[in-house]
Write a protein that binds this ligand. Sequence first.
Ligand code: MRU
Length: 370
Amino acid sequence: MKINGKQHRSIWLNEDGLSVDIIDQTVLPHELEIRTLCNLAEAAEAITAMRVRGAPLIGATAAYGMALAMRDQADDDSIDQAARLLLATRPTAVNLRWALSRMCEVLHAVDPAERIAVAYQTAAQICDEDVDINFRIGQHGLGLIQTLWKARSPGTDAFHILTHCNAGWLATVDWGTALAPIYQAHDAGIPVHVWVDETRPRNQGAALTAWELDAHGVAHDVIVDNAGGHLMQKGLVDLCITGTDRTARNGDVCNKIGTYLKALAAKDNEVPFYVALPGPTIDWQMADGVAGMPIEERESSEVTRVWGRLPSGENSQVQITPAGVTARNYAFDVSPARLITGLVTERGICDASEQGLLSLYPEQGGFLDD
Ligand code: MRU
């Protein structure tokens, strides 16, 4: 994606060919700060502190974290230790486990002397594949938007899409998942307008999605998290589309806290509710998402305080609750498959069900029978 006319990914190899550059998402939208990760500990910290976030980008960063680890030590134990450390950074996004399994498999299979080069090559491949996958998600989603747009009454001014959290290019290596169809629809001349849920507590919608959409020239309005139901009731939402951090094989979708309430409101108001996801976000080992999904619980200070820019131009946190109040901070929830109209993947669109997913990923059928 372009920032000020310059092509950017969310992660890339530094020009020294060894360290890895990221956009520090904790200071967006107020500052565009590039941060260089030089070792395994810095890669792990970037994920834990959410300098990088979003399921596909967490996976890509972990892959490069493994490459950085191989520079220090490339024996068998070091591979496993680095993978364990990275796997513990965040619990919900399954792309992390997927990327680390792939790195470990590839690295264990080669001689220690080759491991640094192979690790960098594989991490770069994971990034390139993510870009390609998300472009394809965008193509399939564009087809869906075109169909829904054509079905709208003539003379309609805009096609209104509601999204939650940030599932744009900042959450992936490029394009995004839920935002890829929106970018492609905008580029195809459809007058899309996006309702951007602010997405408390960390405000990924207000800070990141709004910043991305603005940079691409897509019309949008930020709304408070509780506004979506009202807008749907008033016929002001044509489509909801979100990303996901992990989708169980029965089609239950785990995504940023609050997604479930939007899915319920969409069902009640007959608004189509789609979820965009790349193959590596499907957890084929999880049969029931509502029962089995590991839900990250983060620091309560994310709820009791908000971060932003003061009129003085300084970035700061302010307390919004009484001093000493207790708070709980569940970062994700699960929308049951019955609330989801369809899943938009790089291979096409399917029902949110095991049968639907297997129709697009038949190679996983054998694995399930084991
Ligand atoms: O906690 P985050 O910011 O890493 O969570 C990300 C999300 O929940 C996004 O909505 C997203 O859809 C998953 S990544 C494309």
